[in-house]
Design a protein around this ligand. Structure first.
Ligand code: HEC
Ligand code: HEC
Length: 237
C-alpha cells in the first residue's frame, strides 16, 4: 500500500515541478518581449530587415537587434543594459552629431542620447529575449574563428597603417577615429564568429553601412580578431 502511495505521489510531484518550470520559462521570455516592445522598439529594429536606403541608415535611432543572438555576448549585454556606456563616440550616424570646433570637427555631446538603463531582473529577461533573435544565422559559421595570438605592435600596424581602420575606430579611449564604434571593447561585446563574418563582408549584415569591405584575407581576418581580443584584455572590466 505504502509503495503504491509513494509511486503515485512522485509522478504528481514531477508533473507539478515540470509545470512550474515551464510557466516560469514562458513567463520569463514573455516579460522580455513585453519590455522590448514597450521600451525599445521605438529605437531598435527587432524584426528586420536592415535599412535598404542611405536615408533609412541616417535616420536609424539604434543598432539593429533582430540578429542580436548571432552577434552579442549575452553576459556583456546583461551587464551593459543595467549600466549602459557610450560605444559610438559620435552616435549612430556621426553626421548628425558633429559640430565645427577649433581643431576641426568635434562631437556635439548635447545631441547624443543617454541610453535607458534596466533593473537587473529586466536586463536578464530582455537579454534572454534578444539572444533568441537569430535572424542572420545564415551568415555565421561555428568555429570560423580559431583562437590564436598576435603582438600588440603587429596588430596595430595592421589596424592602422596597412588597412586604415584607425581612421574610424578608437583602439583606446581618446585614440582613433570617431565615426565608428570603439573597438577596444568589441571582443567583450561581440561573438568571435560574428566578427569574422562581419569583417569579411559588413554589407552582408548591413547593406548601407559605411564600414568598408576591405577584402581581407582569411589570415588577416583571424589576425584582426586576435588583435581585438588583445585590446579587450587590456580594458578594465
Ligand atoms: C532613444 C532610443 C533608444 C531606446 C529607447 C533604446 N535604445 Fe538601445 N541603443 C540606442 C543607441 C543610440 C545605441 C547605441 C549606443 C552607443 O553606441 O553608444 C543603443 C545600443 C543598444 C545596445 C548595444 C548594442 C550595440 O551594438 O551598441 C543594446 C543591447 C540595446 N541598445 C538594447 C536596448 C534595449 C533592450 C532597450 C529597451 C529597454 C533599448 N535599447 C532602448 C538607442 C536606444
Ligand atoms: C570609413 C570608416 C570605417 C573604416 C575605415 C573602418 N570601419 Fe569598422 N565600422 C565603421 C562603421 C560605421 C561601423 C558600423 C557601425 C554600427 O554598426 O553602428 C563599423 C563596424 C565595425 C565593427 C563592429 C563593431 C561593433 O561594435 O558592432 C568592427 C569590429 C570594425 N568595424 C572593425 C574594423 C576594421 C578591422 C577595419 C579595418 C579593416 C575597419 N573597421 C574600418 C566604420 C569604419
Amino acid at each position: 500500500m505504502s509503495r503504491i502511495k509513494g509511486a503515485s505521489k512522485n509522478p504528481l510531484k514531477l508533473v507539478a515541478l515540470a509545470a512550474m518550470t515551464f510557466a516560469s520559462a514562458v513567463g520569463w521570455a514573455a516579460d522580455g518581449e513585453a519590455i522590448l516592445n514597450a521600451q525599445c522598439s521605438a529605437c531598435h529594429n527587432l524584426a528586420g530587415p536592415a535599412p535598404a536606403t542611405l536615408d533609412a541608415l541616417w535616420n536609424r535611432k539604434g543598432p539593429d537587434l533582430f540578429y542580436a543572438g548571432n552577434k552579442y555576448q549575452a553576459a556583456w549585454m546583461e551587464k551593459w543594459l543595467q549600466k549602459p556606456t557610450r560605444i559610438r563616440p559620435a552616435g549612430m550616424f556621426y553626421g548628425n552629431h558633429i559640430k565645427p570646433g577649433a581643431k576641426g570637427d568635434e562631437v556635439d555631446a548635447t545631441t547624443l542620447v543617454t541610453h535607458p538603463a534596466l533593473p537587473a531582473t529586466d536586463a536578464k529577461a530582455v537579454t534572454g529575449a534578444l539572444m533568441q533573435r537569430k535572424g542572420r544565422s545564415d551568415l555565421v559559421t561555428a568555429g570560423a574563428y580559431v583562437p590564436g595570438t598576435i603582438s600588440r605592435s603587429s596588430g596595430e600596424m595592421l589596424f592602422d597603417k596597412f588597412k586604415g581602420c584607425l581612421a574610424c575606430h578608437e583602439i583606446e579611449p581618446g585614440y582613433g577615429g570617431l565615426s565608428g564604434p570603439e573597438v577596444y571593447t568589441a571582443a567583450k561585446r561581440l561573438q568571435e564568429n560574428y566578427l569574422i563574418s562581419y569583417l569579411r563582408n559588413p554589407q552582408a549584415w548591413d547593406p548601407k553601412t559605411f564600414m568598408p569591405n576591405k577584402r581581407l584575407s582569411d589570415t588577416d581576418l583571424q589576425k584582426f580578431v586576435h588583435y581585438l581580443r588583445l585590446l579587450g584584455e587590456e580594458v578594465k572590466p
